[in-house]
Design a protein around this ligand. Structure first.
Ligand code: PHE
Length: 336
């Protein structure tokens, strides 16, 4: 089903690169979604990512209780100021119906460059008047989600002594691993970048390959890198009690949520887990909230997730289906 409001695909006049901006929904308000910059093999792969990721942002904002819809920018190619300015120009044409922020391949400094063409951009560095890196908020929200998962699965929200496998030690995953280590969790970690091993050693975490991390015998597997890690074959090989992490689009297809459910593995919908970045950025930049208010909002992710798990049990459906149904309800009745 075609459900997007608007998609712009353009060869950037400055960079020559494909620039894709997908606005999925503005039913609840301005669409939000980061700018992903990646040298996809084919621009159509970038388009597919933009379509999926923008739809997920609609669900993310709806379940986070934000007055916002979902969108996404994808730049297909290598990083350059020209490409970022090209993206900014497209975003500016949308006249404020969509605003961007950082995502995989972009960071706060890049938001300044995008900001040369448009004001509809979150997460510029604090020195440049923005709320800065969104990763700390995403990581704190993820840990709140992990507490809710442990509470549901093991009857206690304590992270101490629980075992986790963190897949991906990037800006978000690295912070999640550190917070878990500080909470006294047992950790194995993996990253495609061998240089990240230093962080593993620093945290006293076991270093394994990404394949081993996914199938590790731990309480919770935490996908914190690229999407698509949960497939029929990988789900069959899992040895954990739950999967919950901030990576966007973890399921290769919706039906895979059913396979997790059949195996008795609790899956926390990724768009609920990863909402901390957009929650914190909008709380600071739009609502000028205090750090304590922002922390309370991030902790609220635990309650949202607990609500999803409860609804899933009540209705006899997967958490994925329960979260999607709740998102649909909220988008359908903006003031409800
Ligand atoms: N990458 C963020 C996400 O997936 C997007 C974002 C963060 C957008 C902060 C706006 C502000 O949620």
């Amino acid at each position: 089903m075609f459900s997007h409001e608007r998609i712009i695909i353009r060869r950037g006049p400055e960079s020559g690169l494909p620039i894709i901006v997908a606005v999925h929904s503005t039913a609840l308000g301005q669409a939000l979604g980061g700018c992903r910059l990646k040298p996809y093999a084919d621009w159509r792969d970038g388009l597919a990512d933009a379509l999926r990721l923008s739809a997920a942002m609609t669900d993310k904002c709806a379940l986070a209780g934000l007055p916002n819809g979902g969108g996404k920018t994808v730049i297909v190619g290598e990083h350059s100021p020209a490409a970022l300015r090209d993206a900014g120009a497209v975003i500016e044409e949308l006249g404020g119906t969509y605003a961007t922020g950082p995502d995989i391949g972009t960071g706060p400094d890049d938001m300044v460059t995008i900001g040369e063409r448009t004001s509809h951009v979150f997460c510029r560095p604090v020195a440049a008047g923005g709320s800065g890196d969104s990763s700390p908020g995403t990581a704190v929200g993820t840990v709140a989600a992990l507490r809710a998962v442990c509470s549901d699965r093991f009857g206690s929200s304590s992270l101490a002594g629980r075992s986790f496998s963190v897949l991906g030690l990037g800006r978000v995953g690295g912070r999640v691993a550190r917070l878990l280590a500080e909470a006294g969790s047992k950790l194995v970690v993996a990253d495609v970048d061998p240089a990240k091993r230093a962080l593993a050693d620093d945290l006293g975490a076991g270093w394994v390959t990404p394949e081993e991390a996914l199938t590790a015998a731990v309480d919770v597997v935490v996908p914190a890198a690229l999407g698509g890690v949960l497939t029929p074959s990988s789900v069959a090989a899992l040895r954990c009690a739950a999967v919950a992490g901030p990576a966007n689009n973890q399921l290769d297809a919706r039906a895979t949520a059913g396979l997790l459910h059949e195996r008795g593995i609790l899956w926390a919908p990724d768009y609920v887990v990863s909402a901390g970045g957009v929650i914190a950025a909008t709380a600071v930049e739009l609502r000028h909230e205090s750090p304590a208010q922002v922390t309370a909002r991030l902790d609220g992710i635990a309650d949202t997730l607990a609500g999803v798990f409860a609804a899933a049990r009540r209705d006899g459906v997967t958490p994925s289906a329960a979260a999607a149904a709740e998102a649909r309800r909220r988008v359908a009745s903006p003031r409800g």
